[in-house]
Design a protein around this ligand. Structure first.
Ligand code: BEZ
Ligand code: FE
Length: 247
């Protein structure tokens, strides 16, 4: 690269300074290098290279997943005291041929109505808007959650400088994160995006795939309102998941 570009001393020093500043701002809960991989599109390229034909497409993990979310039953509500538009997220986990996988588990997390994940916002209770569940015997699952919000990747470090000098947006379109696992199948790490989000065509980390963009359809089932004690309108998102065999 140095030969091809005729790298100067000044550019070389700037690059080393960029890497040193990336190291200095990183800690146990923040990796500027992972963010670098994300905004360069490298994380997404690795996801695309690992894609399995016929399976649900993968997308970036992001920095806000940690193991050990609380277990809930399918059909639980994560809304608790959260403001925001209620959304019934429902799906079914199958193999690439459509055969249900009743042993599947789903790990879910999303940001709150103020755009923040609970880890970065002391006004939210611990584990807000995240959970794990086992699918039902027919491999379906259902959660009452809120509509996610667009979110900016951190711009207070060298990656912020990189985005600014390349005139790029720091916004990620609103999304849910899921990890779906089952014995004998490849673990799927992916996201579900809101089709109406203004940033859906310009994700700062290139995570959007057409197949992962979902309509947030208006829901009108009185039984759903009753079950989840909803006073007003809600949305429905369908999230069918297809897993590839581990081999
Ligand atoms: C996120 O999903 O929130 C995220 C993903 C990659 C980088 C920063 C944030
Ligand atoms: Fe996220």
């Amino acid at each position: 690269y140095a030969r091809d570009t005729g790298l100067t001393h000044e550019e070389w020093r700037a690059a080393l300074d960029f890497l040193n500043r990336s190291a200095a701002i990183s800690n146990a809960s923040r990796s500027e290098f992972t963010l670098l991989s994300d905004v360069l599109g490298l994380s997404s390229l690795v996801d695309l290279l690992a894609a399995s034909p016929g399976a649900t497409e993968g997308s970036v993990l992001g920095p806000f997943h940690s193991r050990g979310s609380p277990w809930v039953e399918s059909g639980a509500s994560l809304i608790k005291g959260n403001p925001g538009e209620p959304v019934l997220l429902r799906g079914r986990v199958t193999d690439t041929q459509g055969v249900p996988i009743p042993a599947a588990t789903v790990d879910f997390w999303q940001n709150a109505d103020n755009g923040l994940y609970w880890q970065l916002d002391s006004s939210q209770p611990q584990d807000n808007l995240r959970c794990q569940l086992r699918v039902r015997p027919d491999a379906t699952f259902e959660l009452m959650v809120i509509r996610p919000r667009p979110y900016m990747v951190p711009t207070d470090g060298p990656i912020g400088d990189l985005l600014r000098v390349s005139h790029r947006d720091a916004w990620r379109p609103a999304h849910y994160h899921v990890i779906v696992e089952a014995p004998g199948y490849r673990t799927l790490v992916t996201e579900i995006f809101d089709a109406e989000d203004p940033y859906v065509a310009q994700d700062a980390v290139f995570g959007v795939r057409d197949s992962l963009v979902a309509d947030f359809k208006p829901g009108d089932d009185p039984a759903v309102r009753e079950k989840y004690q909803l006073a007003g309108a809600y949305r429905v998102v369908d999230c069918p998941v297809k897993l590839a065999p581990a081999s």
